[in-house]
Structure formats: C-alpha cells, structure tokens
Write a protein that binds this ligand. Sequence first.
Ligand SMILES: C[S@@+](CC[C@H](N)C(=O)[O-])C[C@H]1O[C@@H](n2cnc3c(N)ncnc32)[C@H](O)[C@@H]1O
Length: 309
Amino acid sequence: MSDSAPPPSTSPDAGPPADADTAARVRDRIDATRPHPARVYDALLGGRNHYPVDRAAVLTSLEHNPRGYLDVRHNRDFVRRAVLHLTREAGLRQFLDVGTGLPTAPNVHQIAQSVAPDTRVVYVDHDPVVLAHARALLTAGPEGRTAYLDADLRDPHAILFGARATLDMERPVALGLAAILHFLESPAADEIVATLLDALPSGSAVFLTHLTPDLNPRTLLPALRATGLDFTLRTHAEVLRFLTDNGLEPVAPGVVPVHRWHPDDTWHSTDLEPEDTAGQDALEVAARRGIGDVRDEDINIYGAVALKP
Ligand SMILES: C[S@@+](CC[C@H](N)C(=O)[O-])C[C@H]1O[C@@H](n2cnc3c(N)ncnc32)[C@H](O)[C@@H]1O
C-alpha cells in the first residue's frame, strides 16, 4: 500500500487466508506502526504493498543514499539470473525460496517455469502481509506446482517438514536465501543454514544474497540506519563460510557484488528530464529508472550460487 492505498487485503482474492476468521487473524498480526523488511523492500522495488511508515523510512534512507534503490533492484535481478542459471544450467526442478517477499514480477516460479514448466516451488515467509498477498504466488501452470508456507527461518525443521508436501526431498532442491540472512544474528544464522543444507540431497543448490559492510559503508550505513530495521552485516569471508562450511562449491565467479554475478544484456538506463518527474517523490522517480547505469560504488550486497556435490 502506498500512502493513498488501503491496508493489505486479506480477502479471498488476495491470498491463502480464505475465511473471515483466518483473514482477521492475519490482520491482527500486521504492525503498521513501524517499518518491516518485506514492505520496505516492496517500496524500493516500486511495489504498492507497503504502508506510509515503510515509505517514509525509505524516503529518509534515500536522502542518505539517493542511489540506494540500485542495491534492491540489482538484488532482485540477481535472483532472476540465479534461478535461470539453476534451471537451465544445473537442471534444478525444485525450489525452496525462504524469505520470499511480497509478490513481484517475475516471481521465482515464473522465472523457473519459463524454462521448465514442471518446476515446483515452495515459498516461505513469516510476514503476515506476504501471507495476505500470497495467492499471487500460487499461479503455477498445469505442469508445475507452487505452495506457500507461513513459517519462520528460525524454525528450519518446520520449513523442511512443510516443504515435503510439495517437494520430493530425495531429489535435488535449490534453496533460496536471498536478502534474508542479514536479518539473523550469528551463530543462529550459521546453524539454520547448516540444518537446511544438511537436509538436502546431493545435486542440490543454494542461491543467496547478503548485505555487506565491505564495499561502500560510508553511504550504506547511514542509509540502513534510516530504515529503522536491524541488520547483521557480514564480510565476504563470513558469507563464503555459509557455503564452504557446509561443503558446497560456489559457482564461478563465487561470492561477488550482485551486479557482477553473470550480468546479462537485459539492463537499461532511463534518462528522465526534470519535467518527467515534476511532483514525484524519490521513490516514484526511482521506480521509473532503469538499472543499467549501475556502478561498483552503488552496490552493497553480495550474491552467490553454490552446488552441493
Ligand atoms: C528483503 S526481502 C527479500 C525478498 C526476496 N528474497 C528477494 O531477495 O527478492 C526479505 C524477506 O525475508 C523475510 N524474512 C525476514 N526474516 C525472516 C524470518 N526469520 N523468517 C521468514 N522470513 C523472514 C521478510 O519478511 C521479507 O519478505
């Protein structure tokens, strides 16, 4: 929801909560008084499923780092390229996407099923607003399947148990951990990643992204503080350890700033004249911009894909 939009719908058309009681319980869990990661991310991606408090936090953040939207847009584009790589090159047909975020275009199942229509995807998030909108994630074609789990990454056993209803856990699974591990402190994050990866068979994979203080901390840190969210930033070595400590082999070029991981030719830049943006706030302007003018000093998030031998 942007400023003028109504609160997240929990109507049957919007997501899984199909009856009035369930919808009311979901609504009760929504906290519109402070920013939440899924909604802040939605605002930065140019979505409309956020509250004024999220939008205000992002606008303050953009005052500190006007090009901060590029981290988020390039993170999402990394997800697209990673999922394409895993379906095309590695032949993965099952995805467990933890920390899904609000529906966006394209979602993981749409990316994977554009290559392999029989791909199965289980989405997992703990945010009630994502739950309220999850129906948009459940649009698999006739050959594939998608499911949504309202679950917390802090309980990996519940995620593995819930995923079994849709995924064959004896066959390779691509685990998605994009822009979520920086919401978990250590050692919890390390133990959770180990539990999830240990449960997956040989031939499985992980794609992950993670905010880092390594690259451009002078712009990143004040911008993150302005969001009011708590982050655990990790160095290159710490991000790499999520993979290598669990016996996974990173796909070349390894752990790199997201825009450096197999860039493709789909990016473009958009020149906007002052008259094109008159009366628009920084988020509305950012949403209209392309991401092709990215520079190394814009990016503060690592991405990697790794395979389980
Ligand atoms: C920044 S968004 C990333 C969305 C998507 N993975 C991407 O990279 O495009 C992070 C998501 O992780 C979810 N999240 C954060 N902590 C979580 C937890 N402990 N359990 C489940 N989901 C969580 C948030 O609700 C949010 O939707």
